[in-house]
Design a protein around this ligand. Structure first.
Ligand SMILES: Nc1nc2c(ncn2[C@@H]2O[C@H](COP(=O)(O)OP(=O)(O)OP(=O)(O)O)[C@@H](O)[C@H]2O)c(=O)[nH]1
Ligand SMILES: [Mg+2]
Length: 255
């Protein structure tokens, strides 16, 4: 029988991982956990191995070098699909995404959306009513809100929190998204996945979450990551507009 898998990417999360995995195991005992570590110099990978040795529901995927969150997730999705997991959850290791809210996200995958359609993807959202953030500096909030708004406008996405990292996918949704075609490695990966979801015609719903800024460890967010996301979103948006113009032209000519 297929069952849920919670994927947790880690890079130098020594102080956070064990407590987070324990919370996940309590909040959703029926789910397995996959830690994807990129050879963290602080030894997070060893901690993950220890957790896996103690609990058969915890697994570890070791990657040799830090290649970004997107690359880690793509490997993990392949791992999950090969083993028949469904649904597949993605969650940060730093405690920003609270495992206690996961049952609500999973329930939203089971219920039809407002139009009565089966749901393919659930997003834990900061920017819809009921959503909240704790301990974020104003500058960080503005960057996130602005980034989401820019992606939404450029790519005509309906998702309010387009950069959210707390998500649940049906295995079928990950198969429908051509993962070979997702190339963003940094934080823009989240937008890239939504963009592909829209192109695949998937049904995406948002559930409000309270996002808690990390208390321990360091952020991996960098100006490069923000720039990568901006350049890519702009490129996709422009390409999409050209494609639509061409489609309208072809329709007009054949009418
Ligand atoms: N495997 C892997 N995990 C990564 C990599 N970069 C970031 N992560 C993990 O991805 C998650 C999100 O990274 P964060 O540093 O928290 O980034 P963020 O949430 O955008 O930034 P903050 O809000 O400042 O924490 C964390 O669990 C990180 O450990 C990477 O290159 N490889
Ligand atoms: Mg974080």
């Amino acid at each position: 029988m297929s069952h849920a898998l919670v994927v947790i990417p880690t890079y130098n999360e020594r102080e956070n991982l064990a407590a987070l995995v324990a919370r996940v195991r309590v909040a959703v005992p029926e789910a397995s956990v996959l830690v994807v570590d990129d050879g963290s110099p602080d030894g997070t990978g060893y901690i993950a191995d220890g957790l896996a040795a103690d609990d058969g529901a915890v697994h570890v995927l070791h990657r040799t070098a830090k290649q970004g969150l997107g690359a880690a997730y793509l490997d993990a999705f392949e791992w999950a699909l090969e083993r028949g997991h469904d649904p597949i959850v993605q969650m940060d290791a730093d405690g920003s995404h609270q495992p206690e809210q996961l049952p609500t996200l999973l329930a939203a995958l089971e219920a039809p959306d407002a139009a009565g359609r089966p749901v393919d993807v659930v997003i834990g959202s900061r920017w819809i009513p009921g959503g909240a953030i704790e301990n974020w500096p104003r500058r960080r909030e503005l960057l996130s809100r602005w980034g989401s708004a820019y992606a939404r406008t450029m790519l005509r996405l309906s998702t309010r929190d387009a950069t959210a990292g707390y998500r649940v996918f049906r295995a079928q949704a990950l198969r429908a998204i051509r993962l070979d075609d997702v190339h963003t490695r940094g934080y823009g990966f989240q937008v890239d996945m939504l963009w592909h979801a829209r192109q695949a015609g998937l049904v995406v719903v948002e559930v409000p979450i309270t996002f808690v800024e990390r208390v321990r460890g360091r952020s991996k967010m960098s100006p490069f990551i923000v720039l990568e996301a901006m350049v890519k979103v702009t490129g996709w948006g422009i390409a999409d507009r050209f494609r639509r113009t061409r489609e309208v032209d072809v329709e007009a000519r054949s009418a």
